[in-house]
Write a protein that binds this ligand. Structure first.
Ligand code: ZN
Ligand code: MN
Length: 477
């Protein structure tokens, strides 16, 4: 059964002030309703004044997504009654959006794939509603208008995506592109929100709303594909409806869609004039975008395609890599893409929390051979745990010395006092079965013995030394 997915992405533009007034957009840690004025509260008689920067940002997005830019864009009123917008309508773009008919190339399920972009339009974010007593059956609802009037772009795709995984890959690329453009900050909570249209070929489509986290998208879509397929298998008809994603439970629930399907009675916003954007867009020079940076990383640093793709998949990760690459490009690429990233994901931490100085120190220790790879991972874990717990961490060298992780290297003469030699001798004495197995030609017994020695040396012996001495002694006897 073929799955068909199209996305609508709402993305907050990272301007300093709101779309139609001078209120600050930096509201996240502040008390409710402290970033408001007559305009964003929608008081009668107040007039909107368009934020020039927001238009420029929207044009950057339109250009980066290979869109046709409108000659003139125009704002419209979308009328609806809901407490998240007290003036009774949202200022958005309806008939004349800033940009249409673009595309974004992604690494899809079956290789390179072009996902078509239907349109990019600007609009204001509504206020935030806080339902007290749970979203299902709230006892009462609070309104916080700090978010009201934050500039948004809405990016609408054609139904070109074929699986939840592909949708996630598309969003990852989109998020990176928006960050590279300098118009969006993914670290801010709720700055990217997604609605998804999803169907099985030949059946009705369902709109899943309220996917408020980037990570929730794949989960919501996987749930919905399973739900729809099960229903079809049981011979049920898929209802065309709007469903709500309940993040905490990982499910979608039917929302009373009748109230949503109202006539918005769009009409041109009389308080704002159409804006000439085509010539303006032509003057905008785009920064380096993810694909270009990926190619540069392969060329300039000799990164593999996989490493280059991973490292450029997030702006801050790419920048972080470039700040440590001078130590050793291959070492830096491997340790960031293969180790650091996994450890961060495991702890649900972001790269912005990792102090550059400590990580550089760790790379230097690895580069000069002062610690083994195994110890390197251990140090990294200790430092990340400290960061997660208290926001700071000790130095990498300090940590290595405290945990006594400096590499033990076998002395060339291998006197009886050599700690590596001692550990090898002990292991051989303690594991006669493994020794016998090895001599009987079972090579995996050697790995077992290496593991024993590494354990005895707490991972501080060089694997090369251990192998060499083990083989010497095994063959000697
Ligand atoms: Zn305001
Ligand atoms: Mn919208």
């Amino acid at each position: 059964m073929k799955t068909i997915i199209g996305l609508e992405i709402h993305c907050q533009l990272d301007t300093r002030t709101k779309l139609f007034c001078g209120c600050s957009t930096d509201y996240r840690d502040d008390a409710p309703n402290t970033h408001v004025c007559p305009v964003c509260l929608g008081l009668p008689g107040s007039l909107p004044r368009l934020n020039r920067k927001a238009v420029e940002y929207a044009l950057r997005v339109g250009k980066a997504l290979n869109c046709r830019i409108a000659t003139e864009a125009e704002f419209s009123r979308k009328n609806y009654f809901y407490p998240d917008l007290s003036k009774g309508f949202q200022i958005t773009q309806h008939n004349r959006p800033v940009a249409i008919e673009g595309y974004l190339d992604i690494e899809g399920d079956d290789g390179e794939k072009r996902v078509r972009i239907t349109r990019v339009h600007m609009e204001e974010d509504p206020g935030r509603l806080i339902h007290k007593g749970g979203a299902d059956r709230p006892r009462y609802t609070l309104v916080d208008d700090n978010r009201a009037g934050i500039p948004l772009i809405e990016i609408v795709t054609e139904p070109d995506l074929r699986s939840p995984k592909e949708a996630r890959k598309f969003l990852t690329k989109m998020r990176a592109t928006l960050e590279y453009l300098g118009v969006f900050d993914s670290e801010k909570e709720g700055s990217l929100r997604v609605d998804a249209n999803i169907s099985q070929e030949g059946h009705e489509r369902v709109e899943v709303k309220n996917i408020s986290s980037y990570k929730g998208v794949e989960k919501a879509l996987i749930f919905e594909v399973t739900r729809q397929r099960n229903a079809i298998r049981r011979g049920q008809r898929i209802a065309r409806e709007t469903r709500h994603f309940v993040e905490a439970r990982g499910i979608t629930t039917s929302s009373r869609s009748k109230e949503m399907e109202q006539d918005y009675r769009y009409f041109p916003e009389p308080d704002l004039r159409p804006i000439r954007v085509c010539d303006w867009a032509a003057e905008i020079v785009l920064p380096e975008l993810p694909d270009a940076r990926r190619a540069r990383f392969m060329e300039q640093y000799g990164c593999s395609l996989n490493h280059a793709r991973t490292l450029t998949g997030e702006l801050r990760l790419a920048e972080f890599f470039e700040k440590v690459a001078d130590i050793d490009t291959a070492l830096a690429a491997t340790w960031i893409a293969d180790t650091l990233l996994g450890e961060l994901n495991y702890r649900d931490m972001s790269i912005v929390l990792v102090p550059l100085g400590q990580f550089r120190e760790l790379l230097v220790l690895l580069k000069e051979g002062s610690i083994t790879d195994k110890s390197g991972v251990e140090v990294l874990r200790v430092l990340l745990d400290q960061l997660k717990e208290r926001g700071t961490c000790e130095g990498a060298r300090e940590c290595v010395d405290r945990l006594r992780l400096r590499v033990i290297s076998a002395t060339p003469s291998l006197s009886g006092e050599d700690p590596v030699l001692k550990a090898v001798q002990e292991s051989i004495a303690e594991q006669p079965q493994a020794v016998a197995d090895f001599r009987a030609g079972r090579k995996e017994a050697l790995n077992f013995l290496v593991g024993m020695v590494m354990k005895k040396t707490r991972g501080c012996a060089k694997p090369g030394d251990v192998n060499r001495i083990l083989l010497d002694l095994l063959e000697e006897a």
